[in-house]
Design a protein around this ligand. Structure first.
Ligand SMILES: N[C@@H](CCC(=O)N[C@@H](CS)C(=O)NCC(=O)O)C(=O)O
Length: 264
């Protein structure tokens, strides 16, 4: 049996739900309330499975697998049907040049952008005492330090300009690759597309898409990605509770964000 500990709008969890849908696997959902007030992902029981206090965590017949990029590869190894990695060694290498970006900084930079533009408003709305508890209980030191800075400084955070620069570079690289192939690792839809695609959606939800309106290959690829049935199953059907806030805060932030993008 496959069980997934996750929450609806987590990008890391979206990747796993898309892969499960692509591979047509049945799974049992354990949906956690990760709000500042409830913080179910910091419970002693969950921390035994995932000491970093983050989602997702996959449990396969009692075996615990964590870290979304590791889970994606695990699923493709454990369930080889409907593969999500190219068969050739060179194809796999091409795919991994993209997927390695996620843990090298892409996910952290996405959190920086989200926190500075939108999420800090929800975190502070919970009140100073609850927020203090949430940050004290957060097991990861770097995440805690970054969150404190980004919640406090918002659009003036020193972490925001490098994060925006990062996405400008990665999106340009993706666009160049996608000029020559329909998917990031070539002819086949792969873990690379799942891994990168959800972050493009996330930044679009912050109203940032006009910044890369000229990257036509990237935009066409993202259109193909969200048209797949697995995107509906893994992302859309789980809802997106924060869309209205993302939109309004994204619009408020656009001038500053586009200044940073254009200066990059
Ligand atoms: N490297 C981890 C990152 C996971 C991660 O950052 N998860 C976020 C959701 S996307 C989380 O658990 N957030 C909880 C919180 O912010 O308190 C992975 O890929 O699994």
């Amino acid at each position: 049996m496959l069980e997934l500990y996750h929450y609806d709008h987590s990008t890391a969890a979206q990747k796993i739900r898309i892969a499960l849908a692509e591979k047509q696997l049945e799974w049992q959902s354990h949906h956690l309330d990760t709000s500042v007030a409830k913080r179910e992902h910091f419970s002693a029981e969950y921390l035994k499975m995932n000491p970093r206090g983050i989602v997702p965590t996959l449990v396969h017949d009692g075996t615990v697998i964590r870290e979304s990029q590791v889970i994606l590869e695990y699923l493709d190894d454990a369930f080889p049907q409907l593969p999500l990695r190219p068969a050739s060694a060179s194809g796999k290498a091409a795919m991994r040049l993209w997927t390695k970006l996620i843990d090298e900084g892409l996910h952290v930079n996405s959190r920086v952008v989200g926190m500075c533009i939108v999420v800090r408003h929800a975190k502070t709305a919970a009140g100073p005492e609850v927020l203090k508890k949430y940050l004290e209980e957060m097991p990861e030191i770097v995440r805690k330090t970054n969150d404190r800075i980004n919640i406090d400084k918002g659009l003036d955070s020193p972490l925001l300009p490098p994060a925006i620069r990062y996405f400008k570079t990665v999106f340009a690289d993706m666009n160049a690759t996608l000029a020559n192939s329909p998917w990031l690792a070539g002819e086949m839809f792969s873990l690379a597309d799942i891994s990168l695609g959800v972050y493009v959606t996330r930044l679009k939800s912050f109203q940032m898409a006009p910044l890369w309106g000229d990257l036509h290959h990237l935009n066409a690829w993202h259109g193909r990605f969200i048209a797949r049935p697995s995107y509906a199953t893994g992302v859309t059907e789980w809802g997106d509770k924060t869309t209205a806030k993302r939109k309004s805060h994204g619009i408020e932030a656009f001038e500053k964000v586009s200044e940073l993008w254009n200066a990059a």
